[in-house]
Design a protein around this ligand. Structure first.
Ligand code: SD4
Length: 290
């Protein structure tokens, strides 16, 4: 359990996201700003091929992005968004400026443009090259723990003890055009109940959607589970229900209202970053199948 603010986020890129989120929190900023700013730094990194600009495209060579935010004030999401590099910021606008929770595709892009976001080409040279390479085989087979980064999910608790979360991704590389994963789906890729805590997910989105993953983790914490135990319990259900577990990685993070936090994954190799007043580091998640 931590005193004061806490930030926890997925994979190695979580370290830079946490540092950015911390800049907001140390100035007594709120958890929603921290979560949004934290993951945006990863969206903006063109070298990162699983989030934002530079993300792997779908099998038609088109980069489509998914993201959501959730706080004590509600939630917002965008999916299948093209040409806008900060889907998390658009998701926040959906929450704050519309009567809706989720806007997708061309509608989401038009909304983003109307909100002042600038259109840009999200397919970098490097990623375009990788796509050409991929076309030679055109095989869809998600690889687990790919390069130690995937979706970024981040949970933040501010000085008031309020919790917010954000989740953003370019989705599964070489997905079908129009495919949406768990990351922008409230209750799957992210869920926050400010009375209890928050959870977020990374890994194969279809699996996380089928298990209502993040909502389940929060619900188990409501019933007394420790954060890591709550993550583990949902993963045990997934391991029982899914057929091809050897090729499916899912990781959950959880942050409870008392400042305790934890993580769990199906397989080894899932890393997560934690930042509190006392520590800032990358940790290896425990795994169900270790
Ligand atoms: C998704 N959770 O869209 C995200 C990231 C991913 O293989 O590509 N996983 O499913």
């Amino acid at each position: 359990s931590a005193k004061g603010p806490v930030v926890i986020s997925t994979w190695n890129h979580g370290l830079m996201a946490n540092d950015e989120a911390w800049k907001v929190l140390e100035k007594k900023g709120n958890a929603l700003d921290a979560a949004e700013k934290g993951v945006m730094i990863v969206e903006n990194d063109p070298e990162n091929q699983t989030v934002g600009i530079g993300g792997f495209p779908d099998r038609d060579g088109i980069v489509t992005l998914d993201a959501c935010v959730m706080s004590k004030d509600g939630c917002g999401a965008v999916a299948f968004l093209q040409d806008i590099k900060n889907p998390v910021a658009v998701a926040r606008k959906v929450m704050e400026e519309t009567p809706h929770v989720m806007i997708v595709g061309e509608g989401a892009k038009q909304f983003a443009l109307a909100q002042g976001f600038k259109p840009e080409n999200l397919l970098t040279e490097k990623t375009a090259k990788d796509y050409k390479e991929w076309l030679k085989t055109s095989e869809y087979k998600p690889v687990i723990n790919i390069e130690n980064h995937d979706t970024i999910g981040l949970l933040a608790m501010d000085h008031n003890g309020d919790i917010s979360g954000a989740c953003t991704t370019s989705g599964a590389a070489w997905k079908m055009h129009g495919r949406v994963g768990d990351s922008p789906i409230i209750g799957a890729g992210l869920f926050v109940d400010n009375e209890i805590g928050g959870a977020c997910a990374t890994g194969l989105g279809e699996t996380v959607i089928r298990s209502a993953g993040s909502a389940m983790v929060v619900e188990l914490m409501r019933h007394g589970y420790e954060p890591a135990e709550a993550c583990k319990e949902v993963l045990k259900r997934i391991v029982k229900n899914e057929k091809d577990i050897a090729n499916i990685q899912v990781g959950f993070l959880a942050l409870r209202k008392d400042g305790t936090y934890g993580a769990y994954s199906i397989h080894k190799g899932f890393t997560y970053a934690v930042k509190t007043l006392e520590l800032s580091k990358l940790l290896d998640s425990p795994a169900v199948n270790s």
